[in-house]
Write a protein of this length. Structure first.
Length: 366
């Protein structure tokens, strides 16, 4: 009876979810909404499917039913704005990079997309108040009104918090990945460099650097029973042709959802990726390998956090990947993971989906 009442309360809200390129970002959201509202999934299917997913909710909106559009990037649907429509932006990553980035704002097409995003978005669901200080902020956008920022957390992170102590799940996943019992596991998850915006090859150069260093340290990892899960950015479709004994290539093709990899790992290596902000919810050690820090910060994307601030980058810096073999517990002592978590996350529980649902319900009732 309670479930029936919940559905009845939000039944007048028609929700269009723009399904993201990487589906795990919206698993929990779509599951929840399917049980409690009229949900329509708009994705990269054929034109007929796209039209069907839009026609019914938009037709209802014409007749005064509430319509909500939920998306994680600029979409052409933002050009359409109906009277009873609310637009809600749910980003896939927070806390580290300039948004928009340096290279993006040199492209007229991308400038137009960012302007449309700022102009049409009503609410931005984010992690903390800090996110409102940089997201959608740029001199080429500042003539437009800002949306309202609502720090609720991301529904996908509820899974991390719920499962972080589930040893049975983690042991099963380790066996699936071929990791022996008792071995140390390091997740290496760098971000992309966005050189493809102007047809450059720098992303491929960074990939080659990572691969050469992984081949170099594989022998030493084997001697110390260390396994490295190498997870390049999902834009890369790279699949290793050579099997390494202690480096496991877990691309998005093989493992679409990185959250189980985060759970089974004992520590994380990344560069500027926002994955470490989510990893802070697990309170496990983090290391940073940033061979191109000056270039990335000043010419490629740009950072909104200080590389020299231990609260912003809460872990030791590696000059090369093999430095991990020489780290000791004392190298991590100056970093307060709880303090960093509190900076990046207003909440660190498993209730993000509940908060977002309450927020959607409040809009439906307004």
């Amino acid at each position: 009876m309670e479930r029936y009442r919940q559905r009845e309360e939000v039944d007048s809200m028609n929700v269009i979810v723009i399904k993201p390129l990487v589906g795990y970002h919206s698993y929990e959201l779509i599951k929840y909404l399917k049980e409690r509202s009229n949900i329509y999934i708009y994705n990269s299917g054929n034109t007929v499917k796209k039209i069907k997913s839009l026609f019914v909710p938009m037709a209802k909106s014409v007749f005064c039913e509430r319509l909500m559009l939920i998306y994680e990037g600029c979409t052409g649907l933002l050009h359409i704005r109906l009277l009873w429509q609310t637009n809600l932006f749910l980003n896939h990553g927070w806390g580290t990079k300039r948004s928009p980035g340096i290279l993006e704002m040199r492209s007229k097409k991308l400038v137009s997309s960012w302007r449309l995003l700022r102009k049409r978005t009503d609410y931005v669901i984010c992690y903390s108040d800090f996110d409102s200080t940089y997201f959608l902020r740029h001199e080429l956008l500042d003539d437009l009104p800002l949306p309202k920022f609502v720090p609720l957390g991301h529904p996908r992170n509820d899974f991390l918090v719920k499962m972080r102590d589930d040893r049975e799940f983690m042991n099963q996943k380790r066996r699936q990945l071929g990791i022996p019992e008792g071995a140390k596991v390091i997740l290496f998850a760098p971000t992309q460099r966005e050189s493809s915006i102007f047809g450059g090859s720098y992303d491929e150069d960074i990939l080659k650097l990572h691969l050469s260093e992984l081949y170099e340290i594989n022998k030493f990892c084997a001697e110390r029973s260390i396994y490295i899960l190498y997870r390049p950015h999902y834009y890369f479709k790279y699949e290793s042709q050579n099997r390494l004994s202690n480096v496991i290539f877990v691309t998005a093709t093989r493992e679409p959802d990185p959250r189980p990899l985060m759970l089974v790992s004992d520590m994380l290596i990344t560069d500027y990726s926002s994955i470490f902000v989510d990893y802070l919810l697990l309170q496990k050690p983090i290391m940073f390998y940033q061979p191109d820090l000056e270039l990335y910060q000043n010419k490629l994307r740009g950072l909104v956090i200080d590389p020299d601030n231990p609260m912003h980058f809460p872990g030791p810096k590696l000059k090369k990947l093999s430095d991990i073999l020489d780290l000791t517990p004392s190298d991590f002592k100056e970093f307060d993971l709880q303090k960093s978590r509190a900076f990046f996350h207003k909440y660190h529980d498993d209730k993000s989906m509940e908060r977002l649902a309450s927020f959607i319900k409040s809009i439906a009732e307004s």
